[in-house]
Design a binder for this molecule. Structure first.
Ligand code: PCA
Length: 323
């Protein structure tokens, strides 16, 4: 009798483990709004995983910092509070220089070049993430970054004294070198920050300008094509290790598909959202030669500072990129 009951108990426990692993639910905090192409891509990734695992792994996307605010997402995934998440990788550049290579101004010149930089960086990025107990799933770039203002900006000196919205430390450095005042603000808080005069100018993509209705508080978009920051989607290794082999494969296959789909969507975004800005009444301008050379000079300073911080790895990444 005792034997039977222990067999039954074992069967019950085994059964409940199977039932639990059959219904793993992962909450996934992300920083950007639902309509954004990155968020749509994350939603498609989650749907692919759901389908491939026949519902045994459910990834529930919490967009726009609704579950965890952007600056907290990476730490939350590292600590396992959330098993998976998305961030703008350069938000972590103050933790390790490798996270900032995609945000160095004027290093890449378009999507093919951005892809090459990603390839050069990837082994170092994966190594850094691994040292934090994280696994890279995929990475997708934003369209090129331009300058938004309330009037035409024809030279760097025009930025002096303006309150400059930043989304990472590198833009903070650009603002400071231009004599502007940097203020870190996340996308969901942008409309209020502009409406209340906390910021005057920003550098971001046409996508984010459209997402945040830039036409309500800004008039000019200067298409500087300064750099293409990437988002990264990553998972806590301990959480990943708990998945079945099939679930792991489903996640990795879906990540690969998401990376391809995301790069394609980003390329399309650039033209679509730049046109949308124009249609909304924003003046879209090319940078003047003076603004171009002024920003290029700032870019050189920032690249030099980054190389100093990033040391041998940084040099190796840039050499691989330039080869
Ligand atoms: N949009 C994000 C990051 C880069 C971009 O184009 C932002 O403005 O925060």
């Amino acid at each position: 009798m005792r034997l039977i009951s222990s067999v039954l108990t074992a069967a019950f426990v085994a059964g409940s483990i199977t039932a639990a692993s059959a219904q793993t639910k992962w909450d996934m905090p992300t920083p950007y709004p639902d309509g954004n192409f990155h968020t749509k891509n994350v939603a498609a990734f989650a749907a692919d995983v759901d389908k491939a695992t026949k519902g045994s792994l459910k990834i529930v996307v919490h967009s726009a910092g609704s579950l965890i605010k952007h600056p907290e997402i990476k730490r939350a995934v590292r600590q396992g509070t959330a098993p998976i998440g998305e961030i703008l990788e350069s938000l972590a550049a103050n933790e390790a220089p490798v996270y900032g290579i995609d945000s160095l101004p004027f290093v890449t010149t378009g999507y093919d070049s951005a892809k090459k930089l990603y390839a050069a960086q990837k082994p170092y990025l994966e190594k850094q993430l691994a040292s934090e107990g994280l696994i890279l799933l995929y990475s997708v770039p934003w369209p090129p970054q331009g300058l938004y203002a309330k009037r035409e900006i024809t030279k760097v000196e025009d930025l002096k004294g303006l309150k400059f919205r930043t989304y990472n430390a590198t833009i903070g450095r650009i603002a400071t070198l231009a004599g502007a005042i940097p203020t870190q603000i996340e996308v969901p808080d942008l409309p209020t920050a502009f409406a209340t005069g906390r910021v005057d100018v920003m550098i971001t993509s046409a996508s984010t300008g459209v997402d945040t209705k830039a036409q309500d508080y800004l008039t000019h978009y200067i298409d500087t094509q300064a750099w293409q920051p990437r988002n990264i989607v990553f998972v806590n290794k301990a959480a990943f290790d708990k998945l079945t082999a099939e679930q792991k494969k489903a996640v990795q296959d879906a990540a690969k598909a998401a990376e391809e789909r995301g790069w394609k969507a980003s390329r399309e975004e650039m033209a679509i959202k730049t046109k949308a800005l124009k249609d909304a009444g924003i003046k879209v301008l090319d940078p003047s030669p003076a603004l171009k050379s002024g920003l290029a000079k700032i870019g050189e300073t920032i690249a030099r500072e980054w190389v100093e911080k990033a040391g041998a790895d940084g040099k190796a990444m840039l050499d691989a990129f330039r080869k």
